[in-house]
Design a protein around this ligand. Structure first.
Ligand code: UDP
Ligand code: MG
Length: 317
C-alpha cells in the first residue's frame, strides 16, 4: 500500500485551453500509466482562459479524485504563464509537463523516470515522427533544429516538445513569460543542470484544434535572441553593449583621424562629407552603447541582493 503523504512524488503540470474533448481521457491515461509505478501523484490542470466546457470537465475530475487540482485563469495568458503557475504550485520531486490534447502518450512516463533515475535533471521528449501539418513542421525545424542549437549550444532534436520531466529544482529556477517556455532546456543547461532527451510516441490531434500557427516561429525567433542575451550576458550586460560600443567608437575615431590627415596633407576634404558623417555617427553610437551597458550594470547593482541558492547542488556544513 502507498503511504499517505502530504507531498506527492510526481506532479503533472498540464496547460489546457479549449480541450474539452481531451482532458478526461488524458486523466484516465495518466492514472493508468502511473498506477503500476506505485508513486503518489498530483495532476495540476491550468485552464488558460478556455471558452468551452474544459473547466466543467476538470471540476468533474476533481470531484472524483482530490489529486486533480485546477488553476483557472480569468483570461488567456498563454502557455508560459500557465506552465509557470503550475510549476510554482507543484510540490512533487519530479515534475512532468504534458500537452492536454492527447498528442503526448502517458505510457512514456516510465521512460522519462528511467532517465531521471540515471541522474538527469531534465528529460525532454523528442517527437521523432511528428503528426502535424508540414506548414508547422518546416519552420519549426529551422528554428528549433538549426538556429537554436547554433546560437545556444543546446543540441536537442525537439526542444519545444510539451512532454518533459524535471527534477523540481529545475522548475523552481524558471521565470517564464512570453514564448520563453520553448527554451526551458536552454535555461536549464546554462545553469549546469543535466539535460537529455528520449524519443516519444506522438499522436495526431483527435479533438479540438491547434492553438498555434506558423507565425509563432517569428515570435520564436525574437525570443531566441532574448534567450541568447539572457543566458549569455545577463550577469554582465556592460560587457555585451560595451564591446560593440568600443568597436564602434574606435572605428569612428579612426575615420576622424583619416579625415584630419586628409585635411592636413591635401588641404581640403571636398566631397568627403559622407565620411565625416559616418565617423561622427560611429562615435556617437559607440558612446550610446557603452552608456546603455553602464546603465544596465547600475540597474543590476541596485537590485537588493543577488540570490544564487538555486545554483547550489549540495551544501556540506
Ligand atoms: N495552450 C494553452 N494556452 C494557449 C495555447 C495553448 O494552455 O494559449 C495549451 C493547449 O491547450 C495544449 C498545449 O498548450 O495543451 C499545446 O497547444 P497546442 O496543442 O495547440 O500546440 P501544438 O501541439 O499544435 O504545437
Ligand atoms: Mg498539440
Amino acid at each position: 500500500m502507498l503511504v499517505a503523504s502530504s507531498k506527492p512524488y510526481l506532479s503533472f503540470v498540464i496547460p489546457a485551453k479549449n480541450e474539452e474533448g481531451s482532458v478526461q481521457a488524458l486523466y484516465q491515461e495518466i492514472v493508468a500509466a502511473v498506477h503500476p509505478l506505485k508513486k503518489t501523484y498530483e495532476i495540476i490542470f491550468i485552464d488558460d482562459g478556455s471558452t468551452d466546457s474544459t473547466f466543467e470537465k476538470l471540476t468533474q475530475l476533481h470531484k472524483k479524485d482530490s489529486q486533480v487540482k485546477i488553476i483557472k485563469f480569468r483570461g488567456n495568458l498563454g502557455k508560459s504563464a500557465a506552465l509557470q503557475t503550475g510549476f510554482d504550485k507543484a510540490s512533487g520531486n519530479i515534475v512532468f509537463t504534458m500537452d492536454a490534447d492527447l498528442q503526448d502518450n502517458p505510457r512514456e512516463i516510465l521512460h522519462f523516470l528511467e532517465k531521471i533515475n540515471e541522474g538527469y535533471d531534465l528529460v525532454s521528449g523528442w517527437k521523432k515522427t511528428r503528426h502535424d501539418p508540414s506548414v508547422k513542421v518546416i519552420p519549426s525545424r529551422i528554428l528549433n533544429n538549426f538556429l537554436t542549437p547554433l546560437l545556444t549550444g543546446v543540441k536537442l532534436h525537439d526542444i519545444n516538445c510539451g512532454f518533459k520531466a524535471y527534477r523540481k529544482e529545475v522548475v523552481k529556477t524558471l521565470n517564464l513569460y512570453g514564448e520563453l517556455y520553448r527554451f526551458i532546456p536552454v535555461f536549464a543547461a546554462k545553469q549546469s543542470f543535466r539535460v537529455t532527451e528520449i524519443p516519444v510516441d506522438h499522436r495526431a490531434r483527435k479533438h479540438g484544434k491547434s492553438k498555434f500557427g506558423w507565425e509563432r516561429n517569428i515570435k520564436g525567433f525574437l525570443d531566441l535572441l532574448t534567450v541568447v542575451f539572457l543566458t549569455g550576458y545577463n550577469r554582465r550586460p556592460g560587457h555585451f553593449f560595451g564591446t560593440f560600443g568600443l568597436i564602434s567608437f574606435f572605428a569612428g575615431f579612426v575615420v576622424g583621424l583619416y579625415i584630419t590627415y586628409l585635411r592636413l596633407t591635401t588641404g581640403g576634404v571636398q566631397g568627403r562629407q559622407p565620411l565625416l558623417i559616418l565617423g561622427i555617427l560611429l562615435m556617437i553610437v559607440g558612446v550610446q552603447l557603452v552608456s546603455t551597458g553602464l546603465l544596465a550594470e547600475m540597474m543590476l547593482a541596485a537590485r537588493t541582493k543577488l540570490d544564487y541558492t538555486s545554483s547550489i547542488e549540495r551544501l556540506i556544513e
